[in-house]
Each structure stands twice: as C-alpha cells, then as structure tokens.
Unconditional design. Structure first.
Length: 184
C-alpha cells in the first residue's frame, strides 16, 4: 500500500515522454532556423519553407528561386515558426511620440527668453520647452501611430526543444524502482 501511495505521489512529477515533447513541424511551414554564436546572440540564420525533416537536420528552401539548404540541428540551434503578420502601430506611436517630445522640448528651450519683471508678455525657457514637448509630442504620437498602422512585420514563435528530464517510477522484483529519464 505504501508503494502505491509513493507512485501516486510521484506521478505528477513525471515529464512528458520524448514523443510527446515539442511541436511537430509540418512540411510547407515557414521556418527560421538560427544558431547561437560565441557571444550568445543568434545569427541571421536561414528563413524559408520547410521541405524535409530528418533525425539531425532540416531541409529549408529560402524564398525565391534558390536551392534548398540543409541545416544541422545542434544543441545551439533554435527553430522559429511563422505565426503571421502584425501591425506596428504601437511601436510607431512610441517612436513618433518620443521624437516629438524631444524635438519640442529642444525647440521650446532654444526659443524661450530670459524674462525680466518689466516685460508684459514673456515666455521663459522652461514653460516654452514644456509647451513644445506637449504639442510636438502629440503630433509625433499621431503621426507615428498612422505610419505604424500602415506598416506591418512578421512575427515568429520559438519552437519548444525536445529535451526532457523527468522521474521514472517502475515496478521491480524487489518492490518499486525509482530513476531519472533524460532525453534529447
């Protein structure tokens, strides 16, 4: 009875088996295969349509009329799958707004005056810089939003690796055997 309790307690810790890990790649899927460089960054890699999957490599046909390329799947290789196109509206608004605020503040500061007490109408540097930042920041935000909404970019999702580590609980001649499963 105590072995049954032990097995039931350890079962939730078990990871998926090798055949259950990772997402299978269908032929014809757009993929981007990249490898980590010595500095830890990913290289430009190979983008294209998947033609064949073997045990240790992928055959990818780059866009255009180029020949297919066989890419070795090493430990540092990462595969990204095309998930669609997405609007760049948020990024455009952020960039446009930031540039507008900076330009408005600089122009307002440069156009402001040192006010004396005798002048009727005077705009000091700080007030004019703040007003310029708000005004040109709003214009840049709207302009960047429009430009970003009209442009789009590809989005990619990283494919999960197939490595899995998990406990193994199996009956043996003398009771229950415990072990560790490591698969690549």
């Amino acid at each position: 009875m105590r072995y049954l309790v032990l097995v039931l307690a350890l079962c939730p810790l078990a990871g998926p088996t090798y055949g259950q890990t990772g997402v299978p790649l269908p032929v014809g899927q757009r993929v981007w295969v990249r490898t980590a460089t010595a500095s830890g960054r990913l290289d430009a890699g190979v983008k294209g349509t998947l033609e064949e999957v073997t045990r240790d490599s992928l055959r990818v046909r780059p866009p255009g009329a180029g020949p297919a390329v066989s890419v070795w799947m090493g430990a540092q290789t990462q595969v990204f799958v095309f998930t669609g196109r997405r609007s760049s509206a948020g990024r455009g608004a952020a960039i446009g707004g930031g540039v507008g605020v900076l330009a408005g503040a600089v122009m307002g500061f440069a156009g402001g005056e040192d006010c004396s007490r005798n002048e009727f109408l005077c705009f000091d540097r700080g007030s004019l810089a703040a007003a310029g930042a708000v005004a040109l920041g709003g214009v840049g935000l709207i302009g960047g939003l429009i430009v970003g909404a009209l442009s789009s970019h590809d989005t990619w999702a990283r494919l999960e690796s197939r490595a899995a580590v998990g406990p193994i609980v199996a009956p043996s001649r003398r009771g229950i055997g415990l072990g560790l499963s490591v698969s690549f």
